[in-house]
Design a protein around this ligand. Structure first.
Ligand code: NDP
Length: 316
């Protein structure tokens, strides 16, 4: 709030950051607070924005985040989105003029906890080259998916569509580690696994070669062309030093698996059957396991260095 957020916005973002930290997603936990603050202080994002929600069609909600954070628009639109999904079997939320600096699974897990299947995508800033390209066009463009299970917490996966999330490239640079081979390109468009070369005018690559590149392409279309927002390559925050976000878009698709399902096996049971088959085949780690383990344990104390930094962000 001291850096320009309304109490409503600050409450949502604080809960988002704290939950990611508690869940072990530290790259999008308290560590990000400095980026929220620098982005707010730059004037690039509006911490007091009040989103406008529009009932666009029976299965379609549009939200204008008004240059605020996407999570605020999602919180405002979620009740209408769920109501439409329950009525129609499926509903889409298209958020435009929005900024996203969080872990994406937090945007879909609540729907699965209500028995719904949810998929979301968000585009960001151009740091990923297209397949066989030499300069960045795509964002790291994460995808998160959540489905209810029969025997406990929802199944959730959440992944960037680049070889690495940008935060991990920065962490590798600070730690002096190379990234895996094939992670990116240097400023001359040559392959490199040096995080410094990637960050210094180079680019990351999509995961999975041309197949991953097509997924990143789809994310751009769903988050920008569909919603009426910037493509990642159109974001220009150069007049706002300290800005760490893209002003782009986000799309969320929510499906009610109960629609017309009389006589069919319930989806949660089917998801659990699949997970059991994966485990039986030798998969020891099921996506989302990290957060479940973290939640089952007492919260760890905040890292003293992170706490000191948080304190330093408070105005004198
Ligand atoms: P990871 O590569 O760490 O993990 C991707 C997914 O794979 C996760 O669901 C993870 O589970 C799962 N996983 C990890 N290891 C294994 C394994 N050995 N076997 C099976 N599954 C596994 O994530 P990313 O680095 O791609 O992304 C990190 C975060 O960054 C995400 O939360 C993402 O939303 C965020 N991000 C946000 C952006 C934004 O603009 N807001 C941009 C880009 C990324 P688990 O969840 O349990 O770790």
């Amino acid at each position: 709030m001291a850096h320009g957020c309304s109490p409503h916005v600050a409450t949502i973002l604080a809960a988002n950051c704290a939950t990611a930290e508690r869940d072990g997603s530290t790259s999008h936990g308290l560590f990000r607070m400095r980026h929220y603050v620098s982005t707010l202080r730059s004037g690039w994002v509006d911490g007091r924005a009040e989103p406008v929600i529009a009932d666009a069609a029976p299965g379609f909600v549009r939200a204008d985040a008004k240059n605020g954070f996407a999570q605020i628009a999602l919180a405002e639109a979620a009740p209408l989105l769920v109501q439409k999904a329950r009525t129609n079997g499926i509903a889409v939320l298209a958020i435009r003029q929005s900024h996203h600096l969080g872990a994406l699974y937090l945007d879909v897990e609540p729907f699965a906890l209500q028995g719904l299947v949810a998929l979301t995508v968000v585009n960001s800033i151009a740091v990923v080259a297209p397949h066989a390209g030499s300069r960045a066009v795509y964002g790291t463009n994460p995808i998160a998916f959540a489905a209810p299970t029969a025997d406990g917490a929802p199944l959730v996966f959440d992944q960037a569509t680049s070889t690495a999330a940008l935060g991990d490239v920065r962490v590798a640079q600070q730690a002096g580690h190379d990234l895996p081979y094939g992670a990116g390109l240097d400023r001359a468009g040559q392959p490199t696994n040096d995080p410094a070369a990637i960050l210094d005018g180079g680019a990351l690559l999509p995961f999975g070669g041309y197949k991953g590149a097509a997924i990143s392409l789809m994310v751009e279309i769903l988050c920008a062309a569909l919603v009426g927002a910037n493509f990642s390559f159109e974001v220009d925050s150069s007049a706002y030093p300290g800005a760490k976000t893209g002003c782009t878009g986000q799309t969320i698709i929510v499906i009610d698996p109960a629609a017309g399902s009389d006589g069919l096996a319930p989806l949660p049971a089917r998801v659990s059957t699949l997970v059991a088959a994966l485990q039986d085949a030798g998969q020891t780690y099921i996506p989302g396991g990290r957060r479940l383990i973290a939640r089952s344990q007492p919260s760890a104390p905040i890292d003293p260095a992170v706490w000191t930094e948080l304190r330093s962000l408070l105005p004198a």
